[in-house]
Design a protein around this ligand. Structure first.
Ligand SMILES: C[S@@+](CC[C@H](N)C(=O)[O-])C[C@H]1O[C@@H](n2cnc3c(N)ncnc32)[C@H](O)[C@@H]1O
Length: 283
């Protein structure tokens, strides 16, 4: 029996990078336990991403449930230096925590189970867990939570290009685009497998070197998916053009890429293909 003392329960569910087939069985079971779904989106991608999540719920959740949508707070993107960026992100997280605190308190009754649906995996460049930690730390609304892992956009990228992320016995480095130059400077030359995410600045255009290879993917797992691979010096312009066309068409873009720096010991993990398109994107 639920009482006003019953704890609220939250599920943070990784739902994959966009392909409904990338929902894990664990995610589907978790979706079916939830009574309320919280959906926070913003910007031009809002309607397509919200629609994608709704279709996942329609397909997998037979029982009655409620979807609570809210506008993700605005984030100051004006300051690009590291200190300014960190301050802006902390400020945004605080406002996100304000919003989540209100949603949990007002939209979830004691004893109910709510769910946040997170693209990819909640553990990779996503603020939901940090925001919930902040809300819990305030002590204003009691809840417990569990995390259901998802397939990341990085896994989807590697699978679509049919490559391993790492070469034998080598590390893989994951970085936001804005830190790519620093990453390159701080890595030993032969540790050259770098996954780049959140790259609005097309940082790959600033990488020199004849033998650097890139494996790029946009809208991975969706019908609009775009894939390009090859020597960076040969395909960089093409990726820039495809990005511009796709952004103009959709109003937003999400892309990820792997940079494979030369080390003189090709071990056959690179798939030598050109462009591949899944949907109606440009050829
Ligand atoms: C806020 S992070 C979220 C990452 C997500 N938690 C994950 O596990 O993939 C957003 C970044 O993830 C990458 N991303 C997410 N979904 C993607 C997709 N469908 N196709 C390509 N890149 C994607 C892009 O680099 C984007 O800038």
């Amino acid at each position: 029996m639920r009482t006003t003392d019953s704890p609220r329960h939250l599920l943070v569910i990784g739902i994959g990078a966009g392909d409904p087939d990338h929902l894990t069985l664990g995610a589907v079971k978790a979706l079916r336990r939830a009574e309320v779904f919280f959906v926070l989106d913003k910007g031009p991608e809002k309607s397509s991403l919200t629609g994608l999540r709704r279709r996942m719920l329609d397909e997998h959740v037979p029982g009655p449930y409620r979807v609570v949508t809210a506008d993700d707070p605005w984030r100051d993107r004006a300051r690009d230096d590291r200190a300014g960026y960190t301050t802006a992100v902390h400020d945004w997280r605080r406002r996100r925590a304000d919003l989540c605190e209100r949603l949990i308190r007002e939209e979830l009754a004691p004893g109910q189970t709510g769910a946040f649906l997170v693209w990819g995996d909640p553990a990779l460049y996503d603020s939901t867990l940090a925001v919930l930690a902040e809300v819990a730390g305030r002590g204003t609304v009691a809840f417990d939570h569990e995390v259901v892992p998802g397939i990341t956009s990085v896994s989807a990228l590697a699978a679509r290009h049919r490559i391993a992320l790492n070469r034998v016995g080598r590390p893989v480095h994951i970085t936001p685009g804005r830190r790519l130059a620093e990453s390159l400077a701080s890595l030993p030359n032969d540790d050259g497998d770098i996954v780049v995410m959140l790259d609005a600045q097309e940082s790959f255009t600033r990488i020199a070197g004849e033998d650097v290879r890139i494996y790029w993917g946009a809208y991975l797992g969706t019908p609009d998916e775009l894939l390009v691979s090859g020597r960076l010096s040969e395909v960089a312009d093409r990726i820039t053009r495809l990005r511009a066309e796709a952004r103009a068409r959709h109003g937003w873009i999400m892309d990820t890429y792997l940079l494979r720096l030369p080390d003189g010991t090709e071990d056959g993990t690179g798939d030598r293909q050109g462009d591949r398109h899944r949907g109606s994107g440009p050829a």
